[in-house]
Ligand binder design. Structure first.
Ligand code: ATP
Ligand code: MG
Length: 386
């Protein structure tokens, strides 16, 4: 099966949220911190297929986003960006959020924030997001979205926040001497990002799945505690959309990340791409095989070539045979540079008009504010106007 065929069956598969550990009722949560009896609510996490979306794209709203901490990389592209563009092109309503407050979760200052924010927009547009169809905005520009954080924080326990594996991983990789409160609570802020526009689908990488669980928990507990007068729910329970590359590895075999110096940026030039990939960690075995668990370095490179060529990584491995890491890297460099050439040309063209990038953000913020104001008014009403 080629990468495309595999993708047809797996791409638009919602991550099963079978780990619904959020089964404690809202009042029990705060007293017993998650150890209460399960609620009677049935698990609402069916697998969503590509066919479901194509059949009724208008029934869904997607929200997804990135931190403006640096340029987007290949992990973003294959992990979520490509899915966003596909969903947009299928007619699903799309919100793309620049999570600028999240920058100061693991660093003191939001360094070069305006530049990073504009560059995110540049990467989005170059990858095919269309501001006429997708609402692109920074969450700091939407006050009502941020106000939702306050009631939402009352719906999760401190014990639940401290168990979040992604927060733990990010704390481990952060250079901060102490963990700040924003880092600790940012999954709840992310729930506000998703729920302010009542998004039901969130295309994300694997590291975000625990946060999706938080958003689902917040939505469910809010709905139980504060239903409309007619008993209907305020928020949908969002689901994750996982791509076929939910965690692309970086050159050090860890998650490719903007902040870890292990990434190939979408906008990197061909020489820089070659230099970074040549430096990727592999192993001494000359025979190239696809074994993600046993040989993460070699397999991560094979997957990258496979995604770019739309072929199976095993086939590429067989073709290389005993060629060793040098041949593998040459193929990966050629594949990446060829696949991203059109995107990089578009990116260079778009980069000449920074005013347009700022205008995209202004128009997006205006639309997001109108929606957030409506949602906050609804929330205040069901809560008794707090
Ligand atoms: P930082 O190092 O600053 O945290 P990052 O590279 O982790 O940056 P984020 O802005 O935190 O990027 O993540 C944005 C989105 O991209 C999330 O949905 C995340 O799951 C996804 N993503 C990030 N890195 C990868 C990767 N290596 N593979 C697949 N998806 C990824
Ligand atoms: Mg991250």
């Amino acid at each position: 099966m080629t990468a495309a065929e595999r993708a047809a069956t797996t791409r638009i598969t919602a991550a099963r949220t079978t780990t619904d550990r959020d089964t404690a009722g809202p009042s029990a949560v705060l007293s017993a911190e998650g150890s209460a009896e399960p609620s009677a609510e049935p698990s609402a996490a069916p697998v969503l297929t590509a066919a479901d979306l194509i059949a009724d794209p208008g029934a869904h709203r997607v929200l997804t986003g990135d931190r403006p901490t640096g340029p987007l990389h290949l992990g973003h592209y294959f992990g979520t960006l490509q899915n966003r563009v596909r969903l947009q092109d299928q007619g699903v309503e799309m919100f793309v959020l620049v999570a600028d407050y999240q920058v100061i979760t693991d660093r003191d200052l939001a360094d070069r924030l305006a530049e990073h924010t504009e560059n995110l927009v540049l990467d989005y547009l170059a990858a095919g997001l269309d501001p006429e169809r997708a609402t692109i905005f920074a969450h700091s520009a939407v006050p009502a979205l941020n106000q939702l954080l306050l009631p939402f924080l009352s719906l999760v326990s401190v014990a639940e926040l401290s168990r979040n594996p992604t927060v733990k991983d990010e704390i481990a990789h952060s250079s901060q001497a102490a963990v700040n409160g924003l880092m600790f609570t940012y999954p709840v802020h992310q729930a506000a990002d998703i729920l302010f526009c009542k998004a039901d689908l969130v295309p994300v990488g694997q590291d975000q799945l625990p946060h999706l669980e938080v958003a689902r928990t917040v939505a469910r507990r809010f709905n139980e505690r504060y239903p409309h007068a007619d008993g209907s729910a305020v928020f949908p329970r969002p689901r994750a959309l996982i791509s076929e590359a939910p965690m692309l590895l970086g050159t050090d075999c860890g998650k490719m990340s903007k902040s870890r110096g292990n990434a190939v940026a979408l906008g990197a030039d061909e020489d820089e791409t070659a230099r970074i990939i040549r430096g990727a960690r592999t192993d001494a075995d000359r025979r190239i095989t696809y074994d993600p668990t046993g040989r993460p370095g070699v397999s991560g490179l094979l997957l990258l070539a496979a995604l770019c060529q739309d072929r199976a990584p095993e086939t590429i491995a067989e073709e290389i045979g005993d060629g060793g890491a040098a041949v593998l890297k040459r193929i990966v460099i050629e594949s990446v540079n060829e696949y991203f050439r059109p995107l990089r040309v578009r990116r260079a063209e778009l980069a000449t008009d920074r005013g347009h990038l700022r205008q995209v953000l202004r128009a997006g913020a205006e639309r997001a504010n109108a929606i957030a104001d409506t949602t906050l008014a609804e929330v205040r009403e069901v809560m008794g106007a707090i």
